[in-house]
Design a protein around this ligand. Structure first.
Ligand code: PLP
Length: 400
């Protein structure tokens, strides 16, 4: 709850209930013995503590630069490392085209500041990442949903929406093509190409948010929209790519980045000057040393194996619920998206689940409109294998 106005004048955007529904759930986390499938937190046991300690020691061996303010765009060393990382992911990007962000969430916030005004129409997936919805709502944007299924965004539905709207009506489409939050769905290659073709035809800007793409535990990686844009006539310059070290290294570093056409990037840098001047240079130096030493490439197989095993354990546990929870099996990321087979309200199940000391996120939080109240998101990332087993036994009891 927000405090009473007491004569202050606030931005009216904050008068609507705008707080994060997921962060509201965090109060239950401190209950003794609680098993949480709620947050999208990485597994503490899978942090590369040794690699990060070595990178921190190296970063502090030459502390003077790291203790000073840095360039708003990011340190040259980290931008070089991120360009190399993008090349390993199949996207050829110059270091100068990358702006370091204080978490990729900041990239989204800056894009909204630079590109959008109150009342602008924006396309989002249904369902999608709640903090994106929250940021767009606070900016006063009108949200239009594109349905999605197990292969991600429904391209035919999007084509119909774009055809029906006046040219230029939608200012951008925000999407998470790889192991989306909350659905875990991965947009197929055919749909990626079709999406780029639609963006070219309708001059639509695509904001591709990719914090999870490196966490694939089944199948072959797919090129990002950014990597594919050059292959589709007219699509070049239509993609802004956001990514992050949060899910693969550590969210505490608060290191994300943006790759965007120059006109957008330069304006985002100006906006970032007013937000935080620069991303923490110490964090950037640690990240840069970590990447330069090859630690991420060495660590990724362990992450993929660890999350793959946890995901399978969760799917096995859900199968043992006897069909009461229908889910999509993801091939990467951190989330299993499900639906209560009897169509009952996941919020009610949440209230029972809390009594049994297990929690998840009821699906409503992920919808801009047209919520399916029976949907819910379970994250397998942070709990141990034993906690996944026990948490699902508790969920079975909560289901009754
Ligand atoms: C889709 C998506 N985008 C962005 C973020 C935020 O990432 P960061 O920690 O880099 O700000 C998250 C975190 O959960 C996410 O799920």
């Amino acid at each position: 709850m927000l405090g009473t106005p007491q004569g202050y004048r606030f931005n009216p955007a904050f008068e609507a209930p705008g707080g994060s529904a997921i962060r509201e759930l965090f109060k239950y986390l401190s209950r003794p013995g609680m098993i949480s499938f709620a947050g999208g937190y990485p597994a503490p046991a899978l942090f590369d503590a040794e690699g990060l300690a070595a990178a921190s020691a190296e970063a502090m061996s030459e502390p003077l630069a790291s203790l000073q303010y840095g360039a708003t765009e990011g340190t040259p060393a980290l931008r070089e490392q991120l360009a190399a990382l993008m090349a390993r992911r199949g996207a050829s990007v110059a270091a100068e085209e990358i702006v370091v962000m204080t978490g990729s969430q900041q990239g989204l916030d800056l894009l909204i500041r630079v590109l959008l005004s109150p009342g602008d129409a924006v396309l989002v997936e249904r369902p999608t990442y709640p903090a994106a919805l929250q940021a767009l709502r606070l900016a006063g944007c009108k949200l239009d949903c594109v349905p999605s299924d197990a292969e991600g965004l429904d391209i035919h539905a999007l084509a119909r929406q774009l055809d029906a709207a006046p040219p230029g009506h939608f200012r951008l489409l925000y999407c998470v093509p790889d192991f989306a939050n909350p659905t875990g769905a991965c947009l197929s290659l055919a749909r990626r190409l079709a999406l780029l073709a639609l963006a070219a035809r309708h001059q639509l800007l695509l904001v591709e948010d990719d914090p999870y793409g490196a966490l694939r535990f089944n199948g072959d990686p797919l090129p990002s929209l950014l990597a594919l844009a050059g292959q589709v006539d007219g699509a070049e310059g239509r993609v802004v790519h956001l990514s992050s070290l949060s899910k693969v290294v550590a969210p505490g570093l608060r290191i994300g980045w943006m790759v965007a056409p120059a006109a957008i990037r330069q304006r985002c840098v100006i906006a970032k000057q007013t937000v935080d001047l620069c991303t923490s240079p110490i964090s950037q130096q640690i990240a840069s040393c970590y990447l330069a030493g090859g630690a991420l490439e060495r660590h990724l197989p362990r992450l993929r194996q660890g999350y793959g095993e946890k995901c399978q354990r969760m799917l096995d546990g859900i199968a043992a619920l006897g069909g009461r929870l229908q889910v999509q099996a993801p091939t990467g990321g951190m989330f299993v998206w499900g639906r209560l087979a009897d169509g009952s309200d996941a919020q009610r199940l949440f209230e029972h689940a809390i009594e049994h000391n297990v929690m998840f996120v009821p699906g409503r939080a992920f919808y801009a409109s047209g919520a399916d109240p029976a949907s819910l998101r379970l994250s397998f990332a942070a709990p141990s294998l034993e906690q996944i087993d026990e948490g699902l036994r508790r969920l079975a009891r909560a289901l009754g």
